[in-house]
Design a binder for this molecule. Structure first.
Ligand code: GLU
Length: 454
């Protein structure tokens, strides 16, 4: 485990940060903000510990006939501001510490964008690529049964996250409802439209990323039109952010998946790439010209032919160090570290992933004046629209897409403005510290009003 001795993390204090432990990273982010936040020491101590974490073992009979025992978690980090809220991820690298860190980040995220929620997260250790659709259904139902005593519309409301989607939420909602004896759509968000989902939820996180990137450019008094953008990860968040930023006039010069990154300094054909990936294609196949769902080039050499404008293939690590106006990490946590931060050349970073930057790297970015829009603000679009879905379910009423998108824009825009106000008014070192001071103060204030019981 890489241990890096850091100096000057909190004004001269020396700390050891385990850079590959997301929970340590989250605690260090809290510590960095604490010295500027008006938070009682006792309450702050409480905020460093999750309320509870349930570990479940899940025996599942796979399509292959094998019975496999999976391990899953649900962490409920803090509920002072309202019911626990947060996604469920399926990934081989899930750990209890990671789930707890992600639950903490959900707590600060819901506080920062002022939703009446606390924070939670779930995860199951599995490789979804090795599971059939039936296997995924059985695993999801078993996991839901495992955690069903701790979730509910008023207590804890799961949602999609990495490798889970609206189908996963439909199975969770159905399993929970079967035990309750009636449909309970409000127990999860990110559902299909047909069973109480909201328009706009699938693209909400990417839309939020695009909105805050536009707001950042306005704040920096720079023109987004023609600005170069590199996006690590072309999943649900990365691809929707790419499409919307492309529409806003930015140039998406690189994006990646597990096979590596497609890079074209003149800008990728985002809609052709999206069509290829939506049809199940990988980025290395796209770069090699083996494209799905993309019309074969007519040979006149125009942009849009794809074939003649073939991008080159670079690695995920190279993508991070491209000389671009904005870097958007939209994959996993811990990708910008002490090891690579000095090679980064982007002038701004918008964190679409949760926890992509380690505290050690953050220090260097702050020193170098690279503006970082922190994850708890940049990727909050998903949970904002989850909240709008939950509200519609409670009202048994549905809103049109325009209403949802307008409310998303209003809420994330307000959080952006408040973060900037805090940053300027308190002369804080960076936007993450500004966002954390707001989130910690709001959560701590809820704790103080509520007091201790029993
Ligand atoms: N998984 C998303 C996130 O990390 C959304 C959570 C939710 O909608 O509850 O913010």
């Amino acid at each position: 485990m890489a241990i890096i001795a850091e100096t000057d993390i909190t004004q001269g204090q020396v700390r050891s940060i385990m850079t590959d432990d997301p929970f340590e990273n989250m605690l260090a982010q809290m510590d960095r903000a604490k010295e500027y936040a008006d938070v009682d020491d006792g309450v702050f101590e409480r905020l460093k510990h999750p309320e509870r974490t349930l570990k479940v073992t899940l025996p599942v009979e796979l399509d292959s006939g094998e019975v496999k025992v999976f391990e899953g978690y649900r962490c409920q980090f803090d509920s002072a501001r309202g019911p626990f809220k947060g996604g469920v991820r399926y990934h081989p690298s899930v750990t209890q510490r990671e789930v707890e860190a992600l639950a903490g980040w959900m707590t600060w995220k819901t506080a920062l964008v002022d939703l009446p929620y606390g924070g939670a997260k779930g995860g199951v250790i599995c490789e979804p690529k090795d599971l059939t659709q039936n296997d995924l259904e059985s695993l999801t139902r078993r996991y839901t049964e495992g955690i069903r005593r701790m979730i509910g519309p008023e207590t804890d409301v799961p949602a999609p996250d990495m490798n889970t989607n609206s189908q996963t939420m439909a199975w969770m909602m159905d399993t929970y409802s079967m035990y309750e004896g009636h449909s309970v759509p409000q127990v999860v968000t990110g559902k299909p439209l047909e069973i109480g989902g909201t328009p706009g939820r699938v693209e909400a996180t990417g839309r939020g990323v695009s909105i805050v990137t536009e707001r950042l450019f306005e704040y920096l008094d720079r023109d987004l039109s023609g600005a170069s953008v590199a996006i690590q990860g072309f999943g649900n968040v990365g691809s929707n952010a790419a499409k919307l930023l492309d529409e806003a006039g930015a140039r998406i010069v690189a994006t990646s998946d597990v096979t590596g990154a497609a890079y074209d300094p003149e800008g990728l054909d985002v809609s052709a790439l999206d069509a290829h990936v939506t049809a199940g294609g990988l980025i290395d196949e796209y770069v090699a010209g083996d494209r799905r769902d993309v019309p074969i080039a007519d040979g006149d050499g125009d942009r849009g032919d794809g074939w003649w404008d073939a991008p080159e293939m670079i690695s995920n690590e190279e993508l991070l160090t491209l000389d671009v106006d904005v870097l958007i990490p939209a994959a996993v946590e811990g990708v910008i570290t002490a090891d690579n931060v000095r090679e980064l050349r982007a002038s701004a970073i918008v964190e679409a992933a949760n926890g992509p930057t380690t505290v050690a790297a953050d220090e260097v970015l702050t020193e170098r004046d690279v503006q970082v829009v922190p994850d708890i603000l940049a990727n909050a679009g998903g949970v904002i629209v989850s909240y709008l879905e939950w509200v519609q379910n409670a009202q048994e009423f549905s809103w049109p897409l325009e209403t949802v998108n307008a409310e998303l824009e209003r809420r994330i825009g307000r959080a952006f403005d408040q973060t900037i106000e805090q940053y300027d008014a308190k002369d804080l070192p960076d936007l993450r510290t500004a966002a954390y001071t707001l989130a910690l103060e709001r959560t701590a204030s809820a704790h103080e009003y509520r007091g201790l019981f029993p």
